[in-house]
Ligand binder design. Structure first.
Ligand code: NAD
Length: 483
């Protein structure tokens, strides 16, 4: 559906502080996933445009790195204020191009803006050190300096937060950036570009180039010697491809990739709290979140009651277009995703799973899939092994801590895990043994700009948020000095 907010967004490429058309005039159409209608067309960058963006970032680099850290922080702080002043406007864009419910979109804007506030504070904390060499013969100085031009490739599921989680620390550290947002959700990224400009970010420091030729454009930028850093958020499959390309020039990489989060419920858990946490962990951002609970393992004595209570709550969820005030769950991003989820549910049912609610794609325009709970899911079902990225909760059982840990770790992913029990000692013991970068204990959401977000195993490399997030954009320089 076309809304005023979409009309207001600049629809060209943002390069060197100017809004410019693509060099070949190409455009990219943006759809509203709640009805499949085209809502906008934005300029689609060519390789030539992408290299112009790298050139702009490179030219702006020295002056931005030389700015006092406090000034860089103040620019970020102004951008935070502007984002929060325009929370409703940005939420409307997210609802329209991504489909998530309005409350979720509002929450995303606040979360996204918080990265700018957090890193406005971190800008003045790029500490080094001075020490005496163990031999006593000289001094050891360690400096942290900006990496240089950073290339960002982001997904559609959090159109604002995945951009600010990278731009915030990069600008704080003194780097300049080129952002290639997901083709499905370029409008939010373009609106953010305008906000950065208004906040006083100098020309060329932030460049935003949507493109329908993502693979060619990103590969060309990675070949450019001026690009020193790649930060990618998206699927593990594309992450692997980009890591291989980055290896050619040994570009520093941060990777935030796919997940397959286990949600473990021990028999001694507070059942009401565990069901509420499960709803949060499953339905945040419509289930299209890398931290979404993907596999529910419930200790046998509690399994049936947990499944019934979760299904009772999931049945009450209001599904509809994100713009409707009552909507709690919006559409999936596209038909391909809906078909994939339908296939996962069918596979589970063929393997013996019971459908307690939902289970079948919804009719009508838009890519809706109802909240779904599956119980008695077989261990080998694909729905437990692959990232679902939708509102489907498959439940299987376990007995005892060792089996819970073994099941949780039986995956190539390792982003986040959830543990529910009244016994904090047990929760911490499990948390230590689980192979994931993050663990939620008796809660369904862990994301926080002040926390080091990131995965183990094939879920990623590096961390975003916290002080660690700043370090991703700083090179270490060691100076041996005698005086
Ligand atoms: P995706 O990998 O398909 O796309 C991500 C980005 O890469 C988009 O901008 C896309 O245009 C671009 N891209 C696609 N193919 C490319 C190629 N060959 N070369 C260069 N760029 C390419 O992922 P998606 O479908 O947009 O997002 C969903 C995935 O993102 C899920 O797997 C999810 O778990 C993951 N994700 C991870 C995190 C995290 O922090 N770990 C956060 C959000 C999403």
């Amino acid at each position: 559906m076309l809304i005023d907010e979409v009309r207001d967004v600049p629809k060209d490429l943002f390069i060197a502080g100017e809004w410019v058309a693509a060099s070949d005039g190409a455009r990219l159409e943006v759809e509203d996933p709640s009805d499949g209608q085209v809502i906008a067309s934005v300029a689609s960058a060519t390789v030539q445009d992408a290299i112009a963006a790298v050139e702009a970032a490179s030219r702006a680099g020295a002056a931005w790195a030389a700015k006092p850290p406090r000034e860089r922080g103040e620019v970020l702080r102004r951008a935070f204020d502007l984002m929060m002043t325009r929370q409703e406007y940005l939420a409307s864009l997210i609802v329209t191009e991504n489909g998530k419910a309005r409350d979720e979109a509002r929450g995303e804007v606040a979360y996204a803006a918080e990265f700018l506030r957090w890193f406005s504070e971190e800008a003045v904390r790029a500490e080094g050190s001075l020490s005496i060499a163990p031999s006593g013969a000289y001094r050891m100085l360690v400096l942290r300096q900006p990496v240089g031009v950073a290339l960002f490739v982001t997904p559609w599921n959090f159109p604002a937060a995945m951009a600010t989680r990278k731009i915030g620390p990069a600008l704080a550290a003194g780097c300049t950036v080129v952002l290639k947002p997901a083709s499905e959700t370029p409008l939010t990224a373009l609106a953010l570009a305008a906000i950065f400009q208004e906040a006083g970010v100098p020309d060329g420091v932030v460049n935003v180039i949507p493109s329908r030729s993502s693979a060619r454009v990103v590969e060309a930028m990675l070949r450019d010697v001026r690009v020193r850093k790649l930060s990618f958020t998206g699927s593990t499959e594309v992450g692997r491809t980009l890591l291989a390309q980055a290896a050619e020039r040994v570009v520093k990489c941060s990777m935030e990739l796919g997940g397959n989060a286990p949600f473990i419920v021990f028999a001694d858990a507070d059942l009401d709290a565990a069901v509420d946490a499960a709803l949060m962990a499953k339905l945040r951002s419509g289930g299209e979140s890398c931290t979404a609970a993907n596999r529910f393992y419930v200790e046998t004595p509690l399994a049936q009651e947990f499944a019934e209570r979760l299904a009772a709550k999931m049945r009450q969820i209001v599904v509809g277009p994100g713009r409707d005030a009552r909507t709690q769950l919006g559409p999936l991003i596209n038909q391909r995703t809906r078909a994939k989820i339908d296939g996962l549910v069918r596979d589970a049912v063929a393997g013996g799973a019971r459908v307690l609610c939902g289970g079948v794609p919804m009719d009508g325009p838009g890519y809706f899939f109802p909240p779904t709970v599956l119980s008695s899911v077989a261990r080998e079902a694909r729905v437990l092994r692959e990232e679902i990225f939708g509102p489907v909760a498959p439940i299987a059982t376990f007995d005892g801590m060792d089996e819970a840990v073994a099941l949780a770790n039986d995956t190539e992913f390792g982003l986040v895990s959830f543990v529910n029990t009244r016994d904090l000692g047990k929760a911490l013991a499990v948390a230590e043994r689980i192979e994931s970068g993050m663990v939620g204990i008796n809660r369904g959401v862990v994301s926080d700009p002040a926390a080091p977000f990131g995965g183990w195993k094939q879920s990623g490399l590096g961390r975003e948020g916290a002080h660690d997030g700043l370090l991703e954009y700083l090179e270490t320089k060691y100076i041996a000095a005698s005086w």
